[in-house]
Design a protein around this ligand. Sequence first.
Ligand SMILES: [Cu+2]
Length: 189
Amino acid sequence: MKTLSLFKASVTAAVFTALSFSTALMAQDKMKMMDHSKMKMADMPKAASVQKGDLLLSGAWARQSFGKAANSAGFMTIKNRGSSDDLLIGVSSTISKKTELHTHIKDGDVMRMRRVEGGIKVPKNGSTELKPGSLHVMFIGLKEPLKAGASFPLTLTFKNAGDVTLTMTAQKKAMPAKMDHGTMPRGSN
Ligand SMILES: [Cu+2]
């Protein structure tokens, strides 16, 4: 019984993933992304997933803050089932003084965080992943420490789909060494 439902779940996930990505070019990093989201689909609490128009936001989580750190970051997968691209143009929350869209860029041999200008594209029939070391929601100036298990609303504004509010839950996940919000040593990416 358990084996059967597990089998069903993995078949469903595989078919779903195959359909979603069949029209996309499968670059090496996209293959990795696919495995990642398949894994998340099984583990994902329902509350962390929201649908609005053509968009499905899932796997949302924020990193708990460590010590007296005043910043944190949030992540999720945004899937676009529609036939036109959408653009994530803004984020807002009440847990921090500022909430911004960030990415990491390579500056010589190090990775640096930078605010995203012009929005984050969510391609038609595709998906965009906000993940550690890459695109992320940045909470700057936390009003209080973000403890593991704490939940809070985050509103994302899309050019086409409009505002989408979802529940972020803080998780205790180790910060990749010097990766999230600082420099990254050569070769670690
Ligand atoms: Cu950041």
